[in-house]
Design a protein around this ligand. Sequence first.
Ligand code: SF4
Length: 464
Amino acid sequence: MSLDLEPPTRQPLELLSTRDRTLAVPDKSNRLATTKSGGKMVAQYWENIFTAKERGKHVVWYNGTALNPIFQAAGLEWCHGEAFSARLAAMHLEGPAQAAGEEYGYIGELCSYARTHLGCAVMTQKGITEKQSGIVGMVDQDELAAKLPSPDFFVNAYAGCSTGQQWDAMTYRVFGKEFPIFNVSLPMIWGNKPDAGYLRGKEWETTPKYVEEQLKKLIEFIEYQTKKPFDWDALSENMYYIKRASELRLEAMALCAAAPTPATYWDWVASIAPINFLPANQMLVDYFQAVKDEIQQRIIDNVSAVANERYRVYFDGIMNWNKLGWLTRKFAEFDVAVVAGRYTHDSFWQEPDLIDVDNPLLGMAQHYLICPINHGLKIMEELLIKRCDEYGIDGIAFHSTRTCRAMTNPQHILAKTAERDRGIKSFFFEGDVADASFYKDDQLESGLVAMLETIDMQRARALV
Ligand code: SF4
């Protein structure tokens, strides 16, 4: 099978007013069907978590780094803070948790993932106090935000963000310091030495070993908490499935270099939860095989993810979960295929070759350090240019993620780098991970239209 790598058809951009476009233009996005099965797997995962205490399971709360293969091997049930906050936001159910967090004293400028999850902790703690059951949801079974099972302990291993590093410590306080907490320190990869680069240089060779030692200590801590020896064979097995799922995911992503693209960034956003925290098993592998199969079939059938793709855009910034469907349609409305992004393409087990199934801890440590907010600028620039070249990017949408400074900090320099090195234009719009009030639709539309006009002018000049 050969890929059509021709640039998309160049046609002038027709500008309509916001109202005309929103009301008159049909949905031109064509999302993958297979991601729906991922959605079902995620829903089942959370339903299972809600009954963890009834089943006598140990529950760990954590955020950031994907430590779940370790938790799974230890027979724990794991609750990932951002994942639950994102789920609430995607379902537009984050309000009660955010109100609870605000009432407790967390201001609106705090990361909305953390704010939502801390609100869940407040509601969970309230459930314990009022019912002494340890099972949240007794206060109000209808409130999804209040259904998390209370933790038996916390594990914090957050890369690249001071909020993330303190988030579990705050949750620990909300629970009256009654449950133990273990911290794994993930140092920033500065990447500022002459030999430094992505996955290379002395700093890269030494730092993961420091993290690997801490992972060994984490496993000792878990053994102490569960009073059970850790199952190292189970960890190897879990990492086998993660590695295979990751390979399939990357192969499928690579197919999207085709123009028009058979799948978009929004499909990869829909596939974050499976790769980031679902149990490692054959179902996970089957899911990514199905995603890849559908993409391959679309290429054979000449089916594109955006009708009349004319612009290929890269998305920088964490996902705005309240607006996933909205943004999918919005960009497609302007014939824009959002093809790749920093959040989707440079996170989540994105270097499967680093995983040694027989001795997985070092490869895991390496992945925890290559979180896209844990690099210095030099490496971020390298990765951005690499992705722009791989996917034939025309422009960049910078989601200025209001309460996530970690992702937003380098964006203006990255915009200049893309323009300087590749002549790639960009625009910025405001929004947030889990707080819809920060999103400004007019700002997105005016910025996007201005960027597309500039791209049109560049193309016209190139033809002269
Ligand atoms: S500010 Fe950003 S990186 Fe930090 S915890 Fe929140 S979402 Fe994560």
